[in-house]
Design a protein around this ligand. Sequence first.
Ligand SMILES: Nc1ncnc2c1ncn2[C@@H]1O[C@H](COP(=O)(O)OP(=O)(O)OP(=O)(O)O)[C@@H](O)[C@H]1O
Ligand SMILES: [Mg+2]
Length: 495
Amino acid sequence: MSFEDRFEKLNVRDDDRHESAGDHVNNRILDKFANQIKTDELSFTRGKTNKDKANRATVENVLDPRTMRFLQALTSRGVISDFNGCISTGKEANVYHAFAGYKQNQKKDKTGEEESPAPDSVENNAEEEEAPEERDEYAIKIYKTSILVFKDRERYVDGEFRFRKSRSQHNPRKMIKIWAEKEYRNLRRIYQSGVIPVPKPIEIKNNVLVMEFLNRGNGFASPRLRDYPYKDREEISYFYYNMIADIRLLYQICRLVHADLSEYNTIVHNGELYFIDVSQSVQPEHPMSLDFLRMDIKNVNLYFAKMGIDIFPERLIFQFTISETLPNFDGDYKNLKDLMDYIPKNLTVKKTAEDEAEDEVFRSLYLVRNLTGLEERDFDRFTEGKFDLLKSLLAHDNQKNFSDQKPVEPETLDDDDSDEDDETDGESEDETDEEEDDEEYSDEEPKILKGKKYEDKDEKKARKKEAKEAKREKRKTKIKKHIKKKMEKKIKSKK
Ligand SMILES: Nc1ncnc2c1ncn2[C@@H]1O[C@H](COP(=O)(O)OP(=O)(O)OP(=O)(O)O)[C@@H](O)[C@H]1O
Ligand SMILES: [Mg+2]
């Protein structure tokens, strides 16, 4: 069966309603509606290429011919095979199910990653021939090629040191590529850290991300936390503590803030809480990382409060997350269970109206990277006691976390940027310009943060003073404008 034929079999389901939308024949739709689909947002490179618009048109904003070629490339390279339909259709991406290709299975055999039958057993060999082959299942996240939803997400890439060279990216297709790449890298970083379960990242090919499919058997995806059938209240609290401990691990060990954490972006798989959807996650150095962290905590609390369990003040969870050391903690800082044990024993639950009022204040706080940059208006909002709280939240921890920060990633955490892509991928020239940009991303961390944004108040003052003086000096020798004009006139008339 040809690749296109396989896609004709795609069964697209609307995730929001969890209903089957029936058979979906992508290619036929593509033929029929290609000319009607608005592709303006894809025409940024006007003049550069003269491609048929219909050729760029998108079915479901996902499976445009280009994306199909990337999928084909992944298939011919033996990374994936057999597409079985859509797991989820969302705003920015659709997620499909596929099986691992022959190459992946070969790799598995070589590395012995999975338990394989004993080679000397005749019985086993016979069984192997008869039994249907066990193949890995993959989730394929395909980012939509419509830029509209990504526009307001630029702020997650802006301010990211790793993506500094790809900032202000105006080519929408490149922007999406960066976005997918960001998710892949974040996923890989978390996966390699081994402290928080995430789907294993397999491959990235432009806007197509291949990862492990978290399933509960028979092709069904494991439930998101939102759909998880809790046994009892204890289990709800268990996952609440698990979530809080993971937020800390993500921050302290993986050096990331999820930035879209919720019951929708977490999956319960084999009894464990998995983080997914990490495309927007940022490093703590991102200027807005603390705001994102605060937002994550708020969302998590909202959900668990709705589930009817006692929750902790957002302020305390925040503090728990960013404090490098925890008082009275004698466990392993990388161990989820140790942290989960600590939480209910050391964080006091939110009870009174006063607690809620404190959280309100906390939510409205202008969070800054260090105390020197704290605006006066925020100081004014605090009584003396509350100011101490703020100081302990920001000054102490941020001194450590942001000022004299050394790269914390252990070597194993990081990426080998082996990109096997070559011409055999079946890409045409128009993709090669994008491949060149592969070097745009760098996970190396800044040792000293440079630029006006990061300098402290005194430095800023000194810089401004210097500039002022330089200008004053210049003014002394400057020829007045009207004199200059007169001189110019004279010269002209002499000519
Ligand atoms: N590796 C996976 N294994 C199983 N299911 C997955 C996997 N990745 C994603 N899903 C399913 O697909 C859904 C959407 O994935 P994800 O959250 O990464 O995409 P999204 O970009 O957030 O989409 P949306 O625009 O809807 O927010 C998830 O809620 C989950 O149900
Ligand atoms: Mg999501």
